[in-house]
Design a protein around this ligand. Structure first.
Ligand code: CA
Length: 214
């Protein structure tokens, strides 16, 4: 499960949520609706959404990017935090998933901030060096390509956040047929040595890598 932080006991995770989660009821409803979905594991954890909101606020981000939108929870979290003239370019390949997303974005009154693109991502996303923040949470075998594109698109001092970098623990011993985890292991090794960024990998949810562009 990536929709709660790994490595915590159930009771400690419950405590963490009890004393820190400030999830608006609309976001809770979206999360509960998504939980009915057969691929609900693709939903991010609520404490992760709140952490990303804090990052966006800390940076004073105006222009943000998301690769992999699903039912729109992470985009909603970011868009609620952006200023009224802020922008989120959200990329996904599924009309089905994002139909749910659009409904909640409209109800939250943030749809004017979100530019949803149903396309195989990252080719036509605007000008290099103009984004403040990027969140990558799509097909794992393409993560390296998304990361390289995001690194072009964010400004110096911009932040790239990559989801699922611990792969539910599978990174320590990836199965031979698990191409997704193998791709993440290779990317973790690459990020470790990447002189273009400042790096931190934190065990929030399923592991978030924070790559701050130098
Ligand atoms: Ca994810």
């Amino acid at each position: 499960m990536s929709n709660r932080s790994i490595g915590l006991s159930a009771s400690l995770h419950r405590y963490l949520l009890d004393v820190s989660l400030r999830e608006p009821s609309l976001m809770q409803r979206l999360r509960e609706e998504t939980a009915q979905h057969p691929e609900s594991d693709m939903q991010i954890a609520p404490e992760q959404g709140q952490f990303m909101q804090l990052l966006v606020r800390l940076m004073g981000a105006q222009k943000t990017l998301e690769v992999g939108t699903f039912t729109g929870y992470s985009a909603l979290a970011v868009a609620l935090t952006l200023p009224d003239d802020g922008q989120l370019v959200a990329c996904d390949v599924s009309e089905d998933y994002t139909r749910i997303a659009r409904r909640y974005w409209a109800e939250a009154g943030v749809d004017h901030k979100i530019d949803l693109r149903i396309a195989p991502a990252v080719e036509t996303l605007g000008h290099a060096g103009t984004f403040d923040f990027a969140f990558i949470d799509a097909d794992k075998t393409s993560y390296d390509a998304y990361y390289e594109r995001a690194l072009q698109l964010v400004r110096s001092g911009g932040l790239i956040v990559l989801d699922n970098m611990l792969r539910h623990g599978r990174v320590v011993d990836p199965a031979p047929d698990d191409a997704s985890t193998q791709a993440i292991v290779r990317l973790n090794d690459k990020l470790h040595d990447d002189e273009r960024i400042h790096l931190s990998l934190i065990p929030v949810a399923d592991g978030l890598s924070l790559a701050l562009k130098k």
